[in-house]
Design a protein around this ligand. Structure first.
Ligand SMILES: [Zn+2]
Length: 262
């Protein structure tokens, strides 16, 4: 099987490394051509420079920023609307245009709850799912290139049981009981990827986001964990899979020693 071309669409600089960094490093090693779109933080900002370093560490082939403002940080793109307040059609067209240019077999974004409920993540999920369909529809945005059919959409998620563990270990003091905890029930998860051989590269990429490492309480807690516990948390990544054509395209090529996906 040929290695699939893969496009990751993320909301903020650091999400590519935190939620999908092990997967990116792994699919780069399997020979996939990889691209990353980041919706917020304009080129020229310090977060964008950190993103470029992280992408280099992970081995990403090409990257684009849409340059919208991060919900909590207007300085992230002083001239632009915030991501959630931007014109929906405009953002969908811009992502569809990239999909038609990149021609990915697989597009990766977040689940419908943006993994844990961040409005920029939820919006990125909506934009990306709409853009994948729009890119495949020739009459829509004819000026944005020839239609392109993505074969499978993958959505990064975290099992509810792991979300509880993360909240307990990384966010000490947060409630860890049932109903309020986000995440996906185990039975609904389509793919669990062992990224433990790539976990050091993933941590280097996360750490390249130096300003977040100094600011974000969750990342500070993550950095303070002992290495074994941190590696255990970061060594697995989870996805929902939606095939858009019969058979779809597998994100991960099975290793010789373990079959993880058809
Ligand atoms: Zn984010």
């Amino acid at each position: 099987m040929e290695s699939p071309r893969i496009l990751f669409v993320h909301a903020h600089p650091d999400d590519e490394s935190l939620w999908t960094g092990g997967t990116i490093a792994r699919v780069v090693d399997q020979g996939s051509v990889t691209s990353v779109i980041t919706c917020t933080w304009a080129a020229g900002t310090h977060r964008h420079a950190e993103l470029e370093t992280a992408l280099r560490i992970l081995g990403v082939d090409s990257a684009w920023v849409l340059g919208y403002a991060d919900a909590g940080f207007p300085e992230s793109a002083p001239q632009a609307a915030s991501l959630c307040e931007s014109l929906f059609d405009d953002s969908v067209r811009r992502i569809a245009e990239q999909i038609r240019m990149i021609r990915p077999d697989v597009v990766v974004t977040y689940d419908a709850y943006g993994i844990y409920g961040h409005p920029d993540h939820i919006h990125t999920h909506r934009l990306t799912t709409a853009a994948v369909e729009a890119a495949a529809c020739g009459p829509l945005y004819p000026e944005a290139g020839d239609a392109w059919q993505t074969r499978s959409l993958y959505m990064a998620t975290v099992p509810t049981r792991v979300m509880r563990l993360i909240r307990h270990q990384v966010n000490a003091g947060a409630p860890v009981d049932g109903a309020a905890t986000p995440g996906t029930p185990d039975a609904a998860i389509d793919l669990e990827i062992d990224v433990s051989p790539w976990v050091e590269k993933k941590w280097s990429a996360i750490s390249a986001h130096g300003s977040e490492m100094r600011r974000s309480p969750a990342l500070l807690e993550l950095a303070a964990l002992d290495v074994d516990r941190r590696n255990a948390l970061l060594g697995v990544e989870w996805y929902l899979r939606r095939d858009l054509v019969p058979g779809g395209a597998a994100l991960i090529r099975a290793l010789d020693t373990q079959v993880e996906e058809d």
